[in-house]
Design a protein. Structure first.
Length: 328
């Protein structure tokens, strides 16, 4: 008997956008849903893992979307960026206009479902983090499938971490990642433990994709309700894994030995498809005696409200507080 034969029968209904969130947040949710009530992102289907040509076409389309988003940031980013290469990895090193934490570093892993989000989008995110924290930000432009499946991205993550460790004391380093980047940030620390490298001062996981098996409750409960990420990313996960076991801790760090991890900051929303990833990772860290704080935002979908809502500003403030506390 399968899991699908047990559970709660949910009647067909339209789930309203709540009045308990800001007007800006509600407007953002409304923008992402068609008149029929179906999230716009639910209209897209990812190719099968073996359809590499299909994936390259989707990546090209995603690059265009990211390029438009980056263009919209023109004039808002103050930091300067330099691209360096180390041991095969590409890093975009962003230097803020005013460095308030000169000895500190933020090592950042971009999101993008393990397949998208590199290049200009990665550069923009590094500049945003440098501006926010007043410190150098190293944005890792890790290799991605279909050209470079696992463990290429994780190898790049390790090369980047060694590069940063050579320039900053571990007590002055915070590692962070959003979505797929959260996967790599946590998996990298598991490998760093295996290689007896020192842990950083802190870890930031923003709606992290830490369980590629998608075993959590919210993958069912928040399906379609998350207007940004309305459905499974299993095809992405399988493409990334390249045949490796999805439950291996280097692919799904939720299942790894988290003892010795640094203090951690975790964020999600009540409408986030990855809510279960985040709350389960928080509990796993707590069981491993790691100081971990969890921030869940009302009605927030995957990735937040795109930076324009009071809730996004609250998240940024909480994250800045956490990061700066690690650097004291």
């Amino acid at each position: 008997m399968t899991d699908q034969e047990h559970g709660v029968a949910v009647p067909a209904r339209r789930i309203p956008f709540p009045t308990s969130i800001s007007a800006e947040a509600r407007a953002r949710l409304e923008q992402l849903v068609g008149a029929d009530g179906v999230p716009l992102n639910a209209r897209y289907t990812m190719p099968l893992p073996e359809d590499h040509a299909g994936w390259m076409a989707v990546k090209a389309a995603a690059d265009g979307h990211y390029a438009a988003a980056v263009k919209g940031l023109a004039g808002t980013l103050r930091s300067q960026v330099e691209t360096v290469h180390t041991d095969g990895a590409t890093l975009h090193v962003a230097t803020p206009e005013t460095i308030s934490n000169p000895e500190c570093a933020y090592l950042d892993f971009h999101g993008g479902a393990l397949v998208f989000g590199g290049g200009d989008a990665c550069i923009a995110q590094a500049r945003m983090q440098a501006d926010q924290h007043g410190a150098l930000c190293y944005g890792v432009d890790y290799r991605m499938p279909p050209e470079h499946p696992y463990p290429a991205a994780l190898d790049d993550a390790m090369a980047a971490y060694r590069h940063v460790l050579a320039r900053h004391a571990p007590t002055r380093i915070v590692v962070g990642g959003r979505s797929a980047g959260g996967n790599l940030a946590a998996a990298m620390l598991l490998r760093a433990k295996d290689e007896a490298l020192p842990m950083p001062a802190g870890l930031v996981l923003l709606s992290p994709q830490v369980d590629l098996t998608e075993s959590g409750d919210s993958f069912q409960v928040n399906q379609i309700v998350d207007v940004v990420l309305p459905g499974s990313l299993m095809r992405n996960n399988e493409l990334y894994a390249g045949g490796a076991d999805l439950s291996h801790p280097h692919l799904s760090p939720l299942f790894g030995d988290l003892a010795g991890f640094p203090p951690s900051f975790l964020q999600s929303g009540t409408r986030d498809l990855f809510l279960s990833n985040t709350v389960r990772m928080h509990r796993a860290l707590r069981r491993a005696s790691v100081d971990a704080e969890l921030h869940i935002f009302e009605a927030m979908p995957h990735g937040g409200f795109q930076g324009n809502a009071p809730e996004d500003h609250d998240l940024a403030a909480e994250m800045s507080r956490f990061v700066k506390a690690r650097w004291r």
